[in-house]
Design a protein. Sequence first.
Length: 246
Amino acid sequence: MSLIPYDHTTAAAYRTAREVPREGLVWWRAAVEPYVRGSELVVDVGAGTGAFATAFAEWFDVRVTAVDPSPAMRALIPAHPLVDVVAGTAESLPLADDAADAAWISTAIHHVTDLDAAARELRRVLCLGAPVLIRSVFPGRHEGVRLFRYFPEATRELSAFPTVERVCAAFADAGFERVLSLGLVPQQTAPSLRVAAERIRREADTVLRGLSDEEFAEGMNRMWASVAAEDHPAPVVDHLDLLVLC
Ligand SMILES: C[S@@+](CC[C@H](N)C(=O)[O-])C[C@H]1O[C@@H](n2cnc3c(N)ncnc32)[C@H](O)[C@@H]1O
């Protein structure tokens, strides 16, 4: 898998290309609220540029520890009085035992090199009964992401992502035996297909980085052809999975 190095260039590209604007996250807010509201501390694992860490702080008035290994990504997390930004990985979290009462891992689970170690580490830092919320595109469950219609070869990279079954098994071994929920959650990724096409940054997307130059160019051509064919531009609504374990 062609993982992103997350240096300053790709961090800036990530912000442009991949952050879902806050107004596009209303369904995510509703989906996570039952698990997150009322928490003392939420740990955002692989927080990236902090889109969700700050959203959680503002939506639910909760403290968030945003953990990410990339200095360039952490540097883009907006300052917020409820958000602490710290260096770390899922496999080595800079938190005390039983420190947090929810964990959030958004489009970062495929970056975790040792899933079993990460699950054990989350068991250590979470209070008993605390949920782990995983937002991801899982292999075989990608149909709700429009990008794959234009770049069908991008599913090649997805096959290296951990499956729902693999994630559940790793977390069950670590003591998270219950699957509280698994389902697709919509989001408005972009206000129109034209904006989505303009925002694409190949370097900021693991599934696009693995394409050949030709595959990428053909996908962009398909996307621009769809833009040109649209009589009435409509928002781009994608569906990613939310897996909740405890
Ligand atoms: C696709 S970004 C997701 C950022 C953010 N969670 C979001 O949804 O916008 C993936 C992030 O995972 C981070 N990452 C890479 N390896 C990691 C690891 N082993 N543990 C935790 N995070 C990791 C990267 O630095 C990057 O910021």
